[in-house]
Design a protein around this ligand. Structure first.
Ligand SMILES: Nc1nc2c(ncn2[C@@H]2O[C@H](COP(=O)(O)OP(=O)(O)O)[C@@H](O)[C@H]2O)c(=O)[nH]1
Ligand SMILES: [Mg+2]
Length: 363
């Protein structure tokens, strides 16, 4: 399962109660107050971690709580602080306050990014609280409550035996929406020289740009495809796929990580089998590579671009590929000659409008 957007309930720990206690020692008949303070409640902390790919952990634990502080004790002993709860999230996670986040309103004031209107689920407006863009970046999402005061603090000249104390404060709590930043609607997947860069240049209206995604080490090149009716989609060429990628060879692992940030996978094969390649084998290996990395990734919507149709053997090979993958949408193209681009756009448009998630992003 691949989870890239999830709503969670988060609750920091409550502070421990202050203690009411009096000194009791031999030879000291009326000891003064010595009730200690409660410990502070634990914080809930988000930690950006480059080894985490998705939000699946939170799917299984949608309620996140830190520990409460321990109550104060006699002899002026402060209760121990409640343990913080550290939640590892992928680098490139954006956090929004969802409805019911009353107690976390001051989190929004601590916001590092500007207030954004975003259509989420039932199109409520949401405030982005933080964008975790660096490995190791920490953010306190909900602060634990302060510990209560023990009776030792309430002694005065008029009241030498105070029985007052205070309760610990409640920890902050609220509903939050965590979402992975996407790189593009569609990502190109293929061996070197299959024609990905050429294809991206031909199919996209704007000149493709190297996109500055702070959470990536590779540099995806993202083009914009314009559809009739002012609709648009983005398509990314992410360099770095090599065989053995799922085992983390070379840049392969990084590549696959980035591919998880694309909603549709577009497999580009050299259907002419230039340089001794076998298109059927290529497609099978690419699919296998994706599946070994994450089976949920291989169940993403996907289609195939059979490129280099202008070369000999392409037509024959295309039949073989279609035979081997009978249910798959295969679009024959010649990126070099700019042929088949409209068919590719249509296929992408159809898949993108079918995907409600993407529509809700205002595309
Ligand atoms: N004949 C032919 N050559 C192509 C086609 N598309 C790309 N090429 C050539 O294949 C080579 C690799 O293309 P490129 O786009 O750089 O592939 P990438 O490595 O997948 O990005 C270049 O020399 C392109 O000119 C095509 O449709 N037909
Ligand atoms: Mg290229």
């Amino acid at each position: 399962m691949f989870v890239d957007r999830i709503k969670v309930f988060v609750q920091a720990g409550k502070g421990g109660r202050g203690c009411v206690s009096f000194r009791r020692e031999k030879f000291v008949p009326k000891g003064g107050p010595d009730g200690g303070d409660g410990g502070r409640g634990g914080d809930v902390i988000l930690l950006g971690d480059r080894h985490v790919d998705n939000l699946t952990n939170l799917f299984y634990e949608p309620i996140v709580r830190a520990k409460n502080g321990v109550h104060g004790k006699g002899k002026k002993m402060t209760g121990s602080a409640g343990a913080d709860k550290v939640v590892k999230v992928p680098v490139g996670t954006v956090v929004y306050a969802a409805e019911g986040a009353e107690r976390s309103t001051f989190n929004a004031q601590r916001s590092t990014s500007s207030v954004e209107q975003l259509a989420i689920g039932n199109r409520q407006s949401a405030i982005s609280i933080v964008d975790l863009i660096r490995d190791g970046q920490k953010f306190v999402l909900c602060r634990g409550g302060a510990g209560g005061k023990g009776n030792v603090h309430f002694k005065s000249s008029r009241n030498r035996a105070p029985r007052q104390y205070t309760e610990g404060e409640e920890g902050e709590e609220g509903y939050f929406l965590l979402e992975l930043r996407t790189i593009a609607d569609a990502g190109l997947v293929g061996y070197p020289n299959a024609g990905k860069s050429t294809l991206l240049r031909k199919v996209s209206a704007a000149r493709p740009k190297v996109a500055a995604y702070p959470f990536t080490t590779l540099h995806p090149i993202v083009g914009v495809i314009e559809f009739p009716g002012y609709r648009r989609a983005t398509i990314a060429d992410i360099p770095g796929l090599i065989e053995g990628a799922h085992r983390g060879l070379g840049l392969g692992h990084e590549f696959l990580r980035h591919i998880t940030r694309c909603r549709i996978l577009v497999f580009v094969i050299d259907v002419a089998g230039s340089e001794g390649r076998n298109p059927v084998e290529d497609l099978r290996n690419l699919r296998r590579e994706i599946d070994l990395y994450d089976p949920a990734l291989s169940s993403r919507p996907w289609l195939v671009v059979a490129n280099k149709m202008d070369l000999p053997y392409a037509k024959k090979n295309l039949e073989a590929v279609q035979e081997r993958f009978p249910k798959t949408k295969i679009i024959p193209t010649s990126a070099a000659k700019g042929e088949g681009m409209d068919a590719l756009k249509e296929a992408l448009a159809a898949r993108i409008t079918n995907d409600k998630d993407i529509v809700s992003r205002g595309i």
